[in-house]
Ligand binder design. Structure first.
Ligand code: LLP
Length: 435
C-alpha cells in the first residue's frame, strides 16, 4: 500500500498535490512519500516481531540523505556496498556500527574505512576477500567481524540481471564449499566469525524461493552456530513490489479483491512464512530490503514536451529520459504512467512513451494506452522510488533530476536539480590543448 492517489482528479502524494510540486520545482523530479516509507518499514518489522530482528535498509535502492535520515529515525540499520554509501549513512546520522558492508569487490581503502567506522559485519564473497580483510584489519591492529555469503543455488525466478542466488552468478560461495571457507576464516587471526548471509535475488513476488533457500541453508547455519558461536543470519533482501497496477495497489481494497494465489507477496505473508523457520535458530536475523521499503514510495514526475502523431504510431515525448529512470531500457521493466490531472472526458490514446535521448532504447513504454495528454501537462511514473535516482546518469549532458520529500501536507526539496556548472565542475581542459 502507498499514499499516492487522486483527490478529485488531481494526483496527490499524501496531502500534497503533485502539480504544485511540479510548478514549484520543475521536472523531471522524483517525489517520495515519508509516510509510505514508514508504513512499509513498520509493516515489515511487525511481521517478524517474534524474532531478534534488525532491518538493514539496502541503500543502493535510494540513498538520498533525507531518505537515509528517515530510516535512521525509524530505527533501521543499513546494508552498504561502497565507501560512498558508508559515508552517506554517516552523513545522514545513521549508525554504521549496526550496519553491514557487502559487495564482491571491496577495495583495501573501503575495508579500512568500514573497519574504522566499526561496521557490524563484512559480508564476504570469496576466499581472497577473507585474506584481504584479515590483512587490512591486522595492519590496523583490529579484528574484523565477518559473515560469508552463501550461494544457495536457488532459482529466484526474476529478471536475469537481478537474480543472484544461482551457482552461475558471481555472488557468494557455494554451499558445498562454505564449510571449508569458514574453516579458512577461523585460521585467520584478525577475523571474527560473526554470522552468515545469503541473498537470492530482487523483485521476488512469491515467498516460495525464500522458503526454499532458507530451508536449504538452515542445517549449515546451525552447524556454524555450534562450531563458531555465530550471532546472526542475514537472509538478504528481495521482496518485490507491484509495478503493473501500481496506482491501484495503494488501496487496501485492491489487495482484498485479489484471490489468495494471485496476491503479490506481502510483508505479512513473508513474515508469517519465514518466522517459524527462523525463530528456532536463536540467532539475530538481519534483513536487507531495498525495493520493498522505498519502491512504491516514490514517483518520477515528468512533463509532456510533444505529442507526435506518426503514421500508425503515436509518440509522447517527455522531458524525462533513460538517464533519469533507466529501468525500462535496462531491464525491460514496466512502470505505470499516469497523468497528474485525470480527465475522464478525454479520449484514450495509444502511444509509445519516450524520452529525448538520441537512441531508440530511450523508450519507457511501447503502445501504452493512457488518457490523451497535451504539451505542457505532467505525468507520473509510479513505483519509481527504488533504483530510480540512484541509477540516474548524466548521459547527453542532462542534469540529474531534483528530489522532493513529502510528509503530510508539507514538501521540501531534498536534492536540487543539478546545474550545468556542477555537472562540469571537476572537468579540466589540459594545458597542452590551450594555445
Ligand atoms: N542485499 C544484497 C546483497 C543485494 O545485492 C541487494 C540488491 C539487496 C540486498 C536489496 O535487494 P532488494 O530488496 O532491493 O530487492 N537495479 C535493479 C535491482 C538490483 C538489486 C541488486 N541487489 C532494479 O532496478 O530492479
Amino acid at each position: 500500500m502507498h499514499q499516492f492517489s487522486y483527490v478529485g482528479n488531481k494526483l496527490h502524494c499524501e496531502g500534497v498535490d503533485l502539480a504544485e510540486v511540479a510548478a514549484l520545482h520543475g521536472s523531471p523530479t522524483y517525489v517520495y512519500s515519508a509516510a509510505t516509507i514508514a508504513d512499509n518499514y513498520r509493516r515489515l518489522a511487525a511481521s517478524l516481531s517474534g524474532l531478534d530482528l534488525r532491518i538493514c535498509y539496502a541503500n543502493k535502492a535510494n540513498s538520498n540523505l533525507a531518505v537515509l535520515r528517515h530510516f535512521a529515525n525509524l530505527g533501521a540499520a543499513f546494508d552498504l556496498v561502497s565507501a560512498g554509501e558508508l559515508q552517506r549513512v554517516v552523513a545522514a546520522g545513521g549508525r554504521a556500527q549496526d550496519s553491514v558492508f557487502a559487495g564482491v569487490g571491496k577495495t583495501e581503502a573501503e575495508i579500512k574505512m568500514a573497519l574504522e567506522a566499526g561496521v557490524y559485519g563484512f559480508h564476504v564473497e570469496s576466499e581472497p576477500e577473507l585474506e584481504r580483510i584479515n590483512h587490512v584489519a591486522g595492519r590496523l591492529g583490529m579484528r574484523a567481524p565477518i559473515a560469508i555469503r552463501i550461494n544457495p543455488d536457488v532459482d529466484a525466478k526474476t529478471h536475469a540481471k537481478i537474480t543472484t542466488g544461482k551457482s552461475e552468478n558471481k555472488f557468494g560461495i557455494p554451499l558445498k564449499v562454505a564449510a571449508a571457507a569458514y574453516a579458512a576464516a577461523a585460521k585467520l587471526p584478525h577475523l571474527e566469525i560473526r554470522g552468515v548471509q545469503m541473498h537470492i535475488g530482487s523483485q521476488l513476488t512469491t515467498v516460495a524461493p525464500f522458503v526454499e533457500a532458507v530451508k536449504k541453508v538452515l542445517p549449515f547455519v546451525l552447524e556454524l552456530k555450534a562450531t563458531y558461536g555465530i550471532q546472526y543470519f542475514s537472509v538478504g533482501g528481495g521482496i518485490g513490489i507491484v509495478y503493473e497496477d501500481a496506482l491501484a495497489s495503494g488501496a487496501q481494497a485492491w489487495w482484498d479483491g485479489k484471490a489468495e494465489g494471485e496476491r503479490p507477496l506481502t510483508p505479512e505473508v513473508y513474515g508469517a512464512t519465514l518466522q517459524p523457520l527462523l525463530a528456532p535458530l536463536g540467532l539475530k536475523i538481519l534483513l536487507e530490503p531495498g525495493r520493498f521499503l522505498v519502491g512504491n514510495a516514490g514517483v518520477l514526475v515528468s512533463r509532456v514536451e510533444y505529442l507526435k502523431r506518426g503514421s500508425g504510431r503515436n509518440f509522447i515525448i517527455l522531458d524525462a529520459a533513460m538517464n533519469d529512470l533507466v529501468r525500462p531500457a535496462m531491464y525491460e521493466a514496466y512502470h505505470e504512467i499516469v497523468p497528474l490531472a485525470r480527465d475522464s472526458a478525454r479520449p484514450a490514446l495509444v502511444a509509445d512513451i519516450v524520452g529525448p535521448v538520441c537512441e531508440s532504447g530511450d523508450c519507457f513504454a511501447k503502445a501504452r494506452t493512457l488518457q490523451e495528454v497535451r504539451e505542457g501537462e505532467f505525468v507520473a511514473f509510479m513505483s519509481a522510488g527504488a533504483y530510480g535516482y540512484t541509477m540516474a546518469s548524466r548521459y547527453n549532458t542532462r542534469a540529474l533530476p531534483a528530489e522532493v520529500l513529502v510528509s503530510g501536507n508539507r514538501f521540501e526539496l531534498v536534492n536540487t536539480r543539478e546545474s550545468f556548472e556542477a555537472m562540469v565542475a571537476s572537468e579540466r581542459i589540459p594545458s597542452f590543448l590551450k594555445s
